[in-house]
Design a protein around this ligand. Structure first.
Ligand SMILES: [Zn+2]
Length: 312
């Protein structure tokens, strides 16, 4: 078997050499959308002065790798990510893909699923925007009432690109109902459920749907660790529930935190900057207090995300 690697900003890294991976975070994000003047631009030094201390704190807490989930349309800026990567020992995995319908840039609105898949495959094989940096996964998203027509096309393109590259597809999914809808489209287009992450599964309160998802073989991602709008107790209990049911190998945990916001003068997003250490400092210790074994913690924070993001 050929070796499995993570595609990071500094090149391929052997998947078996990394520790804790945070599968869903944000470093540089512009939610004003791609048509705003000044979209996704900032002075890399200013970005770095905000971000690097938070990455350093995560590194000190044992985090080896951060998955950057900001796609084109919501701020992906390879030059800035490159500058950040040079200043931190943390591996950063960049995405290909697009965000929700309203954020999809003009050039990606009129092409069909095949053309879009080709573009994404190219970003994973050849590199992103002439940088030679290979994307490490496919990030897409559904609108609250979605999938819209364009989002359906994205799902099909993601399934095609995953089949060709082996990359995982991670989809921002507003609730369990949309999860069921997207799975129908993805599986119809040939996606292996083992190559799918249900992003924001914590937004669905019904544990029966979490259970259905892991039984189908997908990764269920609870990515609101440390978020003040999410009951951390509920997150903890839902995590333990899946473990008790025997599915510790299908759980991913992350903060969905950050980020530098170029729409703000100091780059701090509205509501403040959330760092990347609540998982290691609070959530995992709380699970241990409830009797969870170290092996299970290792499985969720190292083994699972490695299996998800490794590309053979
Ligand atoms: Zn996110």
């Amino acid at each position: 078997m050929s070796p499995a690697n993570l595609h990071t900003l500094k090149g391929q890294v052997p998947a078996d050499e990394v520790g804790i991976i945070l599968p869903h975070e944000h470093i540089f994000t512009d939610l004003r959308g791609p048509n705003v003047v000044g979209y996704a631009t900032a002075d890399p030094e200013v970005v770095s002065s905000l971000i690097i201390p938070h990455l350093e704190a995560a590194y000190q807490a044992g985090v080896s790798t951060i998955v950057e989930c900001s796609t084109v349309g919501v701020g992906r800026n390879m030059q800035i990510l490159k500058c950040i990567a040079e200043e931190t020992p943390i591996h950063i995995i960049p995405p290909t893909g697009v965000y929700r319908d309203e954020y999809i840039p003009t050039e990606f609105r009129t092409i069909d699923a095949h053309e879009l898949a080709e573009h994404w495959i190219n970003e994973m094989r050849t590199g992103i925007e002439g940088t030679g940096i290979q994307a490490g996964f496919i990030k897409i998203a559904l609108s609250d009432e979605g999938p819209t027509v364009l989002e359906e096309r994205n799902l099909v393109a993601a399934a095609m690109a995953s089949e060709k590259t082996g990359a995982i597809v991670a989809c921002h999914t507003p609730n369990g109902e949309s999860f069921i809808k997207e799975m129908e489209i993805l599986e119809g287009a040939g996606l292996d459920p083992g190559r799918f992450i249900w992003v924001h599964a914590n937004l669905e309160g019904d544990r029966a749907i979490h259970l259905e998802a892991v039984r189908r073989g997908v990764f269920v991602e609870f990515d609101a660790v440390g978020a003040d709008w999410q009951s951390q107790d509920e997150l903890l209990m839902n995590t333990l529930h899946l473990i008790e049911q025997g599915f510790v190998d299908h759980i991913l945990l992350s903060h969905d935190a950050g980020w530098f916001d170029p729409g703000q003068k100091d780059g701090v997003p509205e509501g403040g900057f959330r760092g990347y250490t609540d998982l290691t400092h609070r959530f995992l210790p709380a699970l241990q207090t409830r009797g969870l074994a170290d092996d299970d913690i290792h499985q969720m924070t190292v083994v699972n995300p490695t299996r998800a993001f490794a590309i053979t």
